[in-house]
Write a protein that binds this ligand. Structure first.
Ligand SMILES: Cc1cc2nc3c(=O)[nH]c(=O)nc-3n(C[C@H](O)[C@H](O)[C@H](O)COP(=O)(O)OP(=O)(O)OC[C@H]3O[C@@H](n4cnc5c(N)ncnc54)[C@H](O)[C@@H]3O)c2cc1C
Length: 492
């Protein structure tokens, strides 16, 4: 069994064995409130809260606490006072009411993949949704009802056997919750739009602990806000997605080019991907491994008829300098998992910056290639993803995602070993310096790539939608209880 599934199963078994037992709290619990002050929770209050849940509450000396507090980016080693592992909507309501009642600093965790570690907090309460991962497919109406703690793989695995799918990210252990609320880019986006463009509605627990539905007819302001506004307005316990008919078999391809032709290969990527066949999904990448080897990759998927794939990919072959040329049919569900390991495996230290390119020119290409420096402790990669096609057909104000005119999403990302905190400073500083040279070519960033931007940058990034977001925040979360995110500050 895959290690992650094993951990999940072991943790679920542990939870199942604890649920029927009464949880005992012998001591008061030191914690942190929303103002950052240290406070102490009365043991009786924690006892009553823990025993009101169907799920469990973990504290630092509980079995399973150290696994439960692990998130994808181990650069962050956060130690919450309490982790409430919720199993249903009532648990989420109880957790929100408990946290609000005590003014607790609170994080919301789904897949735990936030680069800035926003799904975990130091000293506060974590509302952990990861046991709430059920997915129901309505084949007749082509919809998926997905619980707020599910991973992308949970959705793909349930939908694809029916020949149905929708846009989700490219790594299957990423959470549906965080990915979707921030926007959600993925292999199917050129055809079907971003994940938010396929959200038909949500069930959400507000900061007051009320369960509300938001869709085009009910609470349309909230429905607008959750499509790109992140976790600012409440905890989504259920998403309703539109699904699309698709062939569960797709073509996967990967071409690699050595570093000595990197600039030309990158130019090829940009030329080829601009206005490419609508059935192509085209990821570009520059990589630099610890040993100083690296290169440019152009990979992705072809969703058109198999007989046309060679014609569609011909320009990559005409270039004539690929050291890898691999094209093969594969199940979409499997291709959604091929990037799960390696650079994207959970359990390493990471730092990344991201942004949107409006235009591409030779200066950008030169900077991207020439600024890269190898370092024995660090693996580095630049990722590129075209934003044309269906995402660009939606208005900048129709959802919170204002960057509909972007040409590409770009990120520069460093990874190093979990036990090598000695190089944290050096690697973060280097990645920041690299990005400083790339940033002038960008405008705005994807909220899910938030790392260390300040509040002014976050506000500006919401662009023409910021004022309306503040209105929605004032209505649904006027005290800014949900603040560990690309925060919309309330003004009431
Ligand atoms: C390996 C990797 C691959 C990625 N690939 C892609 C990709 O292909 N496409 C893409 O668009 N992005 C991608 N991302 C970025 C990803 O969208 C963000 O990291 C996102 O925050 C992950 O969501 P999560 O639920 O896993 O994270 P978490 O850390 O669990 O949550 C992040 C934040 O989302 C909010 N949140 C999560 N669930 C809920 C909920 N149910 N209700 C309310 N708020 C909630 C909370 O504010 C939380 O702090 C990737 C990230 C990683 C690490």
């Amino acid at each position: 069994m895959h290690r992650r599934n094993l951990l999940k199963t072991a943790a679920a078994a542990a939870a199942a064995s604890v649920i029927p037992m009464r949880q005992v709290w012998a001591e008061d619990v030191p914690t942190i409130n929303l103002d950052g002050d240290s406070i102490s929770l009365d043991k009786k209050d924690v006892h009553d809260f823990a025993n009101s849940l169907n799920g469990i509450v973990l504290k630092p000396d509980s079995a399973g606490y150290d696994i439960a507090r692990q998130i994808w980016n181990r650069y962050w080693d956060r130690k919450p006072a309490l982790i409430a592992r919720c199993t249903n909507v009532a648990d989420v309501v109880s957790a929100v009411k408990f946290a609000r009642g005590h003014n607790l600093l609170t994080a919301v965790r789904c897949g735990g993949h936030s680069m800035s570690g926003k799904g975990m907090c130091d000293g506060g309460l974590v509302i952990d949704l990861s046991y709430m991962n059920d997915v129901q497919i309505d084949v007749k109406n082509k919809t998926a009802s997905v619980q707020g703690g599910a991973q992308l793989g949970d959705l793909d695995r349930k939908a694809l056997p029916f020949g149905l799918g929708t846009t989700a990210g490219v790594v299957s252990h990423t959470g549906v919750g965080g990915l979707t609320l921030g926007g959600g880019m993925g292999r199917l986006q050129r055809r079907f739009g971003l994940a938010i463009d396929n959200v038909l509605g949500v069930e959400l627990v507000t900061a007051e602990g009320k369960v509300v539905t938001a869709n085009a007819k009910e609470n349309p302001d909230l429905y607008w806000g959750v499509r790109g506004g992140g976790g600012n307005f409440g905890i989504v316990t259920k998403f309703l997605f539109r699904l699309h008919t698709m062939d569960p078999m797709v073509i996967n391809f990967g071409f690699s080019f050595p570093m000595d032709v990197a600039k030309d290969a990158l130019k090829l990527y940009f030329d080829f991907s601009t206005g490419a066949d609508k059935d192509l999904f085209l990821l570009g990448g520059i990589s630099m491994r610890e040993d100083g080897t690296g290169g440019v990759s152009i990979g992705g998927n072809y969703f058109g008829p198999q007989r046309n794939v060679d014609r569609a990919l011909q320009p990559l072959r005409d270039f004539g300098k690929a050291i890898r040329d691999s094209v093969f049919p594969i199940e979409y569900v499997k291709i959604q998992q091929v990037a799960d390991d390696g650079f994207n495996a959970p359990g390493n230290r990471h730092y990344a910056k991201g942004g949107f390119l409006r235009e591409v020119n030779d200066d950008l290409i030169t900077t991207l290639i020439e600024r890269i420096e190898p370092l024995a402790s660090r693996r580095f990669s630049v990722g590129l993803l075209p934003m044309d096609g269906a995402p660009s057909k939606v208005g900048a104000k129709d959802t919170v995602w204002a960057h509909r005119d972007a040409a590409y999403n770009i990120d520069s990302s460093s990874k190093w070993a979990v036990n090598n905190s000695d190089v944290d400073e050096e690697n973060v500083a280097w990645n920041r310096a690299y990005w400083k040279d790339i940033e002038p070519f960008t405008r705005g960033f994807y909220v899910n790539q938030l790392i260390d931007e300040n509040q002014d940058q976050v506000n500006t990034n919401y662009g023409p939608n910021h004022a309306r977001l503040v209105d929605v925040k004032n209505k649904y979360d006027p005290t800014n209880f949900f603040r560990l995110n690309a925060n919309v500050r309330p003004t009431v």
